[in-house]
Write a protein that binds this ligand. Structure first.
Ligand code: UD1
Ligand code: UDP
Length: 372
């Protein structure tokens, strides 16, 4: 490509990609001399719509690929085929993808096949274990090998890319756009009926949905939570459940009827961030929440064996504890009873940037360098 791109397409399809791409869409739309086009794959439907509405982003293209119980094959082939047609019509100079989902991988692959440059937002996160998280680690590495612009959220992510032989001039450390989003959502005085229900108790937010946790690991998580809640009558848990029927079924089996656990529908991002801000602690296998919690100073027990976000572990906010029922039970209890441990994990620190990541990425694309 000669000079800066004039037509920039952003492609995303799931809730977390949307939360971290919408701030960039809105930033790019303020820039003169560049056309911003949004294509959603619709890998998620309702959960994507919640985010688009919150950030007032209306897509130019929607591949609407989601079907209930979709497989990796379904999503990959539908996104690849759908993107072929959209790219042929829109002819963007560059396509920006985010993170590590199947949408990210398949749309980057479509660009590669058509010779269209790819920019990877949230580049360089690694576990170097191709099976964990699955298939996200593969997706990241594959997109990493395709991308010509790599927007790394941290210096550690940049170093991963350099070690892999990516040209230094293709990498920029920008911060994570998750922090840009967080800066616009958390407000004092936020009210919600579920928060009223939790008043006077220690509120724990639970989320779990990862593929590698489907089946037995999810049951371990839920049984451990139930055991702790039954022991501590000042603890209430809110679990906004992912719309995946497999996850909902497992949660219903183990947690239904537990008085101090509320299973609720996915919250819109503004509400969810305010729930996090009001919580005592968080239990999660999510990626994005590991980036948000350190800013809010909320201790997180990470329900995975490995994390590609070691910055939050180093900052002291995250503890990676896996999915063994007894370990979760002990670790959860320890944060409720051991004040020293709790205080050590609840200092607000933010290793993911200053909330200006979108501005930097837009600068790099439109001016060739960041001006903030
Ligand atoms: C996907 C991503 C994962 C990301 C997660 C965020 C892949 C392989 N996985 O996993 O990296 O962490 O999104 O949440 O890309 N569903 C709905 N409505 C929705 C969304 C999902 O009904 O709005 C149900 C559907 O039955 C769908 C199922 O959830 O088939 C699974 O969705 P899918 O995107 O395939 O997988 P996730 O587990 O959400
Ligand atoms: N989130 C949300 N509503 C919810 C649960 C989570 O808006 O009910 C947000 C959360 O703040 C984070 C993102 O969704 O920004 C994480 O998405 P998810 O856990 O689905 O995916 P992951 O981050 O694991 O890829």
């Amino acid at each position: 490509m000669n000079g800066n791109p004039k037509k920039i397409m952003l492609v995303f399809g799931t809730r977390p990609e949307a939360i971290k791409m919408c701030p960039l869409v809105n930033e790019l739309k303020t820039r003169r001399g560049v056309e911003t086009v949004v294509c959603v794959t619709g890998q998620h439907r309702e959960m994507l719509r919640q985010v688009l509405d919150a950030f007032r982003v209306e897509p130019d293209y929607d591949l609407a690929v989601m079907k209930p119980g979709q497989t990796l094959f379904d999503v990959t082939e539908r996104v690849l085929e759908g993107m072929k047609a959209v790219l042929a019509e829109a002819k963007p100079d560059v396509v920006l993808v985010h993170g590590d989902t199947t949408t990210t991988f398949a749309s980057a692959l479509a660009c590669f096949y058509l010779g269209i440059p790819v920019g990877h937002v949230e580049a360089g996160l690694r576990t170097y274990n191709i099976r964990a998280p699955y298939p996200e680690e593969f997706n990241r590495q594959a997109v990493g090998s395709i991308a010509s612009y790599n927007f790394a959220p941290t210096a550690l992510a940049r170093d991963n890319l350099l070690r892999e032989g990516k040209p230094p001039q293709s990498i920029w450390v920008t911060g994570n756009t998750a922090i840009d989003a967080l800066g616009t959502t958390v407000v004092s005085g936020f009210e919600h009926p579920e928060l009223t229900w939790a008043e006077g108790s220690r509120l724990v937010i639970l989320t779990a949905h990862r593929r590698e946790n489907w089946g037995e690991p999810l049951h371990h998580i839920f049984r451990a939570v139930r055991r702790v809640v039954e022991e501590f009558d000042d603890v209430k848990v809110i679990y906004p459940i992912h719309l995946n029927p497999l996850v909902r079924q497992a949660a219903a089996e183990d947690l239904m009827g537990c008085e101090r656990v509320r299973l609720i529908e996915p919250l819109d991002v503004v509400a969810f961030h305010n729930f996090l801000a009001r919580s005592y602690m968080i239990l999660t296998d999510s990626g994005g929440i590991q980036e948000e919690a350190p800013s809010l100073g909320k201790p997180v027990l990470v329900l995975r064996d490995v994390t590609e976000r070691p910055e939050g572990v180093k900052a002291g906010t995250l503890r990676v504890i896996g999915t063994n029922e007894d370990v979760i039970y002990q670790e959860f209890k320890a944060l409720l009873t051991d004040e020293e441990r709790y205080n050590a994990m609840s200092t607000a620190q933010n290793p993911y940037g200053d909330g200006l990541a979108s501005c930097r990425i837009a600068d790099i694309l439109t001016k060739g360098r960041a001006t903030v």
